[in-house]
Write a protein that binds this ligand. Structure first.
Ligand SMILES: Nc1ncnc2c1ncn2[C@@H]1O[C@H](COP(=O)(O)OP(=O)(O)OP(=O)(O)O)[C@@H](O)[C@H]1O
Ligand SMILES: [Mg+2]
Length: 326
């Protein structure tokens, strides 16, 4: 039985600006299970952040959720009233952004920033909150948390600021964390430490994590499940180990091919030739056809296939001609 804490069904999101209407997310469905890390991967513009923001209904005003539901603990977040939504956002579903420094207020010391979250959500007094803030900073692996609490963001490194952000996100014990490229601004060593921190969190507290990344190295380190997005759609989902070694969709193969290999010098990161379609007019056919070396007549004749389950358990792919190997 599925132990989903968040179920996204048939979610479609459009941005409407003066110039264009962008179909950023197109009928996306997935489940996020308690204590599990689901990685959402795909090239820039695939719609990953838009999906993440939809979970907290933090979309900008020009965005509209056209259809679908995001069920969290029995409530549909898409239609939840603002008061109820405020009790969920931050407290039960928290978000960690890519750029830790700009996520923090530059003129307030980090201890006070953590304390503010505690005061506003838990109703405890300021003194108690400040004391607890030091514990929060300690818990995310910052040594000398008393000193850190008195520091301003500019006095800390990017990795330290990201830990503070994780501290703020986790201080209230959320059931779900949406982490949007939480380590891409950090160097590899710090990245590993931050991932370890997130990993600890799901083990110790059962927090479910939606991890948005374009880095399969990150996926390999921490993800249980992977959902690959292309042009606003989820085109493949499966267990992380399976996805990394035996992906089925030609796009997933291409994406994995861009991973730099340490064991041989293959030059700079290879990009996948071609570009994704314009999302102003999403194609009815599979959006990957123009870049796909495996496209068949059926791909050009039929509407894009839905996610289907092949023989392998829990591995699903939206492709008429998946790549099978061993
Ligand atoms: N505020 C906006 N107004 C108009 N279009 C937008 C807006 N935000 C995003 N988009 C468009 O929606 C699509 C999906 O964007 P999104 O940011 O969700 O992608 P992403 O997968 O997170 O990309 P990245 O890896 O670069 O962060 C893109 O085509 C993007 O240009
Ligand atoms: Mg993004």
């Amino acid at each position: 039985m599925s132990d989903a804490i968040v179920s996204v069904r048939d979610l479609s999101v459009r941005y409407k600006t003066r110039e264009a209407s962008v179909h950023a997310v197109d009928h996306v469905s997935f489940d996020l299970e308690r204590g599990k890390v689901l990685a959402l991967v795909g090239e820039s513009g695939a719609g990953k952040t838009t999906v993440g923001m939809s979970l907290l209904r933090l979309l900008p005003p020009e965005a509209a959720i056209l259809s679908g539901s995001v069920t969290f603990d029995g409530d549909d977040l898409v239609s939840l009233d603002d008061k109820k939504l405020r009790s969920v956002r931050g407290r039960r579903i928290a978000m960690i952004f890519q750029d830790p420094v700009s996520g923090l207020n530059p003129v307030i010391n980090v201890g006070d920033q953590v304390a503010e979250t505690l005061v506003s959500h838990l109703g405890i007094n300021k003194k108690e909150a400040k004391r607890r803030a030091v514990t929060v900073l300690h818990d995310v692996g910052l040594s000398d948390p008393e000193r850190i609490a008195k520091s301003y963001p500019f006095q800390l490194s990017g990795g330290m600021c990201q830990r503070v952000m994780i501290g703020i996100a986790t201080a209230l014990g959320p059931e779900v964390i949406v982490a949007d490229e939480p380590t891409s601004a950090l160097d590899v060593t710090i990245q590993a430490q931050i991932l370890y921190q997130l990993d600890q969190l799901r083990h110790s507290r059962g927090t479910a994590i939606l991890l948005i990344t374009h880095d399969f190295g990150v996926v390999a380190q921490i993800a249980d499940e992977v959902a690959v997005m292309y042009a606003g759609r989820v085109i493949e989902t499966g267990a992380s180990a399976e996805m990394l070694t035996r992906p089925l969709h030609p796009y997933s193969h291409a994406l994995l091919g861009t991973l730099p290999r340490l064991d041989r010098d293959n030059g700079p990161l290879r990009a996948i030739p071609g570009t994704p379609p314009e999302m102003t007019a999403p194609p009815e056919r599979c959006p990957f056809i123009p870049r796909c070396g495996k496209a068949l007549n059926v791909c050009r004749a039929e509407p894009a296939p839905d996610l289907r389950q092949p023989e392998r358990a829990n591995h699903r792919v939206a492709c008429y001609n998946p790549i099978w190997q061993g």
